[in-house]
Design a protein around this ligand. Structure first.
Ligand SMILES: Cc1ncc(C[n+]2csc(CCOP(=O)(O)OP(=O)(O)O)c2C)c(N)n1
Length: 552
């Protein structure tokens, strides 16, 4: 076995192993050599080499999102570290465990004119769960060990990003065959979660209410939760709204919130306005439901989450600080059905909207909306689907996706800067085929995401190229200005050359026939990953979407 002779590097790696870290993504540099030597020489950790730190961090985010365990990032000193920030912020808001490890110069070499040196300590402090600023010097070894263990443990337990900044003095490349930290106590505390709740008071309010709305935001697929929610939904006073990213499916749940509530008159929405709003899961994509519930507030808003309770609807009244499945285990025992026509009203609306939706899509012209209809219907069972931000995630909310498909999107910060990298990272975990659907601006933004050696042959990208940021034609505002180009950023780029450079098989379609033909064989495994670029007309996409909403 080969180790760096730096005790701090040895400590970090031993703790990562003790906490069962399995993936480390390393970006190149010299200051981080002790860590690079340490991680790459340890067989129980899979290492990846990714040059661009922004892409490396989103790639790690994708791995951690799927593995539900921390992925480690390792970079050199200077601006390298700052390039992790977008993914750190995304991890912070979407509760994904990341352990960022940055190499630094010892304190006395900061701000004195040494190259590639910036103020690195606690640089992510606004968006991280813990910052371990390690100290240089043998006398600090025990304190450093505690700091490292605390950081990794917090990432794992509290699910979010932590930062460990490690000062290394030169020489950086000296190795040894023996750990010099063997006498250090590497015992790891066991991780326990505790909770104690008396639900009786809440169950009594629940049982006496006739209109109860449950909204499920982004959630890792959970059969247990799905079952619990279907039991809850047997009650005719309960309506369940799910988002595409909730990965919860049931024929009596409302899985297209916007489709249902768009166009409701005030009187009609009053019928939907709940007495109790029970929320769980992460971010909600539907802007409309947030707007409406902020106006038509429920008497009670309870949020279930072991960690946070964002006051999304400006009326949060209680936070059940426990895991949602643990909550329902107890709560379902105490609930009784109430007679009500609340659920019936919601389901009638759903049926009407779905009929209109089908009618509209039957005859609609080739456009972003039609492309979504065709593409989502083509996704094979058991696919792992990653969605880009902007209109991609919004369009997908209007369609049914089969329940064997798991869906993810970076909604923590809704950035367009790392979706490709995240999808490729996510595809490293498990064997299911990963399909990534992206808009053109997001795709070209993160084109460095394709620059790595880990893209599997069964990885697929569907690029909907509408020649710019289509969302800005649809949302009110940009087109009323004389600066629309600065919002939409129109362009003539295509992905052909990127595909050639990164060894993707390239396909394209510009009408329905071509698209149907290309989709037929698109998912079958070949000798290279594939990208299908679909060109849609930006001049009518927004008109069609507006017509769609009016018609349903
Ligand atoms: C890092 C970052 N910069 C800017 C934005 C603002 N923004 C939101 S959507 C968008 C355009 C996205 O266009 P595209 O990916 O082509 O998707 P479309 O809207 O056409 O579906 C921009 C620039 C953002 N979300 N994230």
């Amino acid at each position: 076995m080969i180790y760096s002779n730096k005790e701090l590097a040895q400590l970090i790696i031993e703790y990562c192993i003790a906490y069962q870290v399995e993936h480390a993504i390393i970006s190149p540099g010299s200051r981080n050599a002790p860590l690079t030597i340490g991680f790459t020489n340890h067989s129980s950790i899979k290492t990846y080499s990714i040059v661009d730190e922004r892409c490396a961090a989103f790639f790690a985010l994708g791995i951690a999102q799927q593995a539900k365990k921390p992925a480690v990032l390792v970079c050199t000193s200077g601006s390298a570290l700052l390039n992790y920030y977008p993914a750190v912020a995304e991890a912070f808001y979407s509760n994904i465990p990341l352990v960022v490890i940055s190499a630094d110069r010892p304190k006395h070499l900061i701000d004195i004119g040494d190259g590639q040196t910036i103020r690195q300590e606690s640089v992510f402090k606004n968006h991280s769960l813990y910052n371990a600023n390690l100290m240089d010097g043998d006398e600090y070894i025990n304190e450093n060990a505690t700091q490292i263990a605390t950081a990794i443990k917090i990432a794992l337990l509290n699910k979010g990003p932590v930062h460990i900044n490690v000062p290394f003095d030169e020489p950086l490349y000296v190795t040894t065959k023996k750990l010099s930290i063997e006498n250090i106590d590497l015992e790891i505390d066991t991780i326990e979660t505790e909770w104690a709740y008396d639900f009786k008071e809440y169950a009594s309010i629940w049982n006496n209410s006739k209109k109860k709305l449950v909204i499920v935001g982004a959630h890792f697929p959970s059969k247990e939760l799905q079952l619990q929610l279907s039991k809850l939904a047997m009650d005719e006073s309960v309506l369940i709204f799910t988002e595409t990213t909730s990965n919860i499916h049931h024929s009596t749940f409302i899985n297209s919130i916007d489709k249902l509530i768009f166009g409701l008159s005030d009187k009609e929405f009053e019928k939907v306005q709940p007495e109790i709003l029970l929320t769980l899961g992460g971010m909600i994509v539907s802007k409309k439901i947030k707007q409406l519930l902020r106006i038509y507030q429920p008497k009670h808003h309870w949020h279930i989450d072991a960690k946070n309770a964002p006051d999304t609807y400006h009326c949060l009244s209680h936070h059940f600080k426990i895991d949602d499945t643990v909550f329902f285990d107890e709560f379902l025992e105490l609930t009784k059905p109430a007679s009500s026509n609340y659920k019936e009203y919601g389901l009638e609306l759903k049926q009407r909207r779905n009929e209109k939706h089908d009618q509209f899509l039957l005859n609609v012209e080739f456009s972003d909306l039609k492309v979504f209809d065709l593409v989502l219907a083509s996704i094979p069972n058991n696919t792992h689907l990653q969605l880009g931000n902007s209109s991609i995630i919004r369009y997908s909310q209007l369609f049914d996706v089969t329940n064997s498909v798991n869906i993810f999107c970076n909604r923590g910060t809704s950035g367009i800067d790392g979706s490709t990298s995240t999808a490729i990272g996510a595809s490293q975990v498990g064997n299911n085929q990963t399909v990534f659907i992206s808009g053109d601006i997001s795709f070209f933004y993160d084109s460095n995401g394709l620059w790595n050696n880990y893209i599997k042959n069964n990885f697929r990208i569907i690029l909907i190229n509408n020649g710019g940021g289509g969302i800005f034609r649809f949302i009110p505002g940009p087109s009323s200005t004389n600066a629309i180009d600065y919002f939409e950023t129109p362009h003539q780029l295509t992905a052909t050359q990127l595909c050639e450079m990164h060894h993707f098989d390239y396909y394209s379609a510009k009408n329905e026939d071509e698209l149907n033909k290309k989709l037929c064989s698109f998912y079958t495994v070949g000798n290279a990953p594939k990208l299908l670029e679909i060109f849609t007309p930006n001049s009518i996409n927004d008109v069609i979407l507006n017509r769609y909403f009016l018609s349903i």
